[in-house]
Ligand binder design. Structure first.
Ligand SMILES: Nc1ncnc2c1ncn2[C@@H]1O[C@H](COP(=O)(O)OP(=O)(O)OP(=O)(O)O)[C@@H](O)[C@H]1O
Length: 412
């Protein structure tokens, strides 16, 4: 029988179909954007006043569309390329991208903007409004215009006090300046979020709406082929495998039209091929990857369907924390705080601690969460909670939808 060290060494040296897996990473920014060229054009037209009549207006564009339709990547590529191109025409534009789910408050968003502009802000004592003023003065001094993308802006709209929303979108009512240097791209997954806003605020956001439709199968095929070239060795991915993934996800063939999920399937197919020692990713590997990803999702979705409102809110609290903090497990107290915040947002009374405990026990039995005791490092010992599944955007959307339905049925 082989020694563990031999097994490890031979596996470390075993060949892989992947030449550069980082090109399949969700944060990787590709050079080309197949099938989003028209969106780059629309964005350029929307922002060209910055070049034609600098400082006259503050441009506002909303990008909307389902998950995985390229909203984030298109905004980033547009911002960078636009700044580069207008530089040749003598105009200084900086692009700033802030994720409102990660930066949860107006203050954190403002600091992030300053940080990306490489502007140092005193650590304490300033309000968001004051920081914004410093940012504007800096732009003025250097004659810079800035395009700020506020990604997952739905989250900011749903969780911020009205005065903060008002401030950020009606910026030029608050700042007494002649030259408007700040323009925005708002990325909003669900446009109905806007309907709850006051008209005077809404009109400052929804001036120009660019919709990103879910991808059709031939579009996913082109996107995947680009990634195959970048991430895999020549000739190691069969055309049938790519075709299978694009057909199963293509919106015109009943799929979700999600490029992220398609790329994730391609990557998993590659890893399965490696694990089986196959020099080629075949359609069988693609099928296995697809059913593995779907199986995981469907078992969890099934379980979630049976939850009542409050346990569901606990799941949502864990999803929020996992996405925000990029960690997996959280002390029970933190989960309860996030849960209480969600209850407040929804206008429902949070359950008492003992009841929450009972829900957690049940969620554990259902296989939805894991619990473990923290090590001694933390103050005393505490229970750490984690989800048994990745906090993907699809799941987040699904849970949010179920919460909405449960809340409505409670009110009836
Ligand atoms: N047209 C495209 N060409 C190449 N890659 C793409 C394209 N569209 C999307 N992608 C890739 O698909 C993944 C998801 O895209 P992105 O994060 O931009 O979607 P999104 O619409 O912002 O999703 P979400 O609403 O979930 O945040 C990323 O890895 C991105 O690089």
């Amino acid at each position: 029988m082989a020694l563990p060290s031999d097994i490890i060494n031979s596996s470390l040296n075993s060949p892989s179909v992947l030449k550069d897996g980082s090109k399949l990473n969700p944060d990787y920014i590709p050079e080309r954007l197949p099938h989003r060229e028209d969106k780059l054009k629309e964005l350029t037209i929307a922002f060209r006043d910055i070049v034609n009549d600098p400082g006259k207006s503050s441009v506002r564009v909303v990008i909307t569309g389902r998950t995985g339709t390229g909203k984030t990547v298109t905004a980033r590529i547009f911002g960078k390329a636009f700044a580069e191109q207008v530089k040749n025409r003598g105009i200084k534009v900086e692009y700033v991208h802030v994720n409102c789910h990660r930066e949860r408050t107006l203050y954190l968003i403002t600091l992030k903007i300053a940080e990306q502009l490489k502007l140092s802000i005193p650590p304490r004592g300033l309000s968001s409004q004051e920081v914004f003023k410093i940012i504007h003065e800096y732009l003025e001094r250097r004659n810079i215009y800035v395009i700020i993308t506020l990604d997952e802006f739905d989250y900011f709209l749903n969780s911020s006090p009205p005065e903060d929303i008002y401030f950020i979108v009606r910026l030029y009512d608050e700042l007494a300046v002649n030259v408007k240097r700040v323009s925005y791209i708002f990325i909003i997954r669900d446009l109905t979020t806007l309907s709850s806003l006051d008209k005077t605020v809404r009109d400052h956001i929804a001036r120009d709406i660019i919709e990103f439709p879910p991808y059709k199968s031939n579009e996913l095929y082109d996107i995947l082929q680009d990634r195959v070239k970048m991430a895999f060795y020549d000739g190691t991915v069969s055309d049938d495998a790519v075709k299978f993934i694009s057909d199963i996800n293509g919106f015109d063939k009943g799929g979700s039209g999600n490029a992220r999920l398609s790329i994730e399937t391609l990557e998993l197919a590659g890893r399965i091929a490696d694990a089986e020692g196959s020099p080629i990713v075949t359609v069988e590997h693609a099928k296995k990857a697809n059913s593995r990803l779907n199986e995981e999702a469907s078992i969890i979705l099934d379980e979630l369907n049976y939850l009542e409102l409050h346990p569901m809110l606990l799941v949502k609290a864990l999803i929020n924390l996992s996405k925000r903090e990029k960690k997996e497990s959280f002390p029970i107290g933190e989960v309860e705080d996030e849960y209480s915040r969600l209850c407040e947002l929804l206008g429902v009374e949070p359950r008492r601690h003992t009841q929450v405990f009972e829900y957690m026990r049940r969620l554990k039995l259902m296989g939805i969460i894991n619990t473990q005791q923290s090590g001694k490092g933390m103050r005393g010992r505490t229970t750490l909670l984690s989800l048994t599944f990745p906090a993907s955007q699809e799941l987040d959307d699904y849970v949010t939808k179920l919460i909405g339905a449960l809340k409505n049925s409670e009110q009836k």
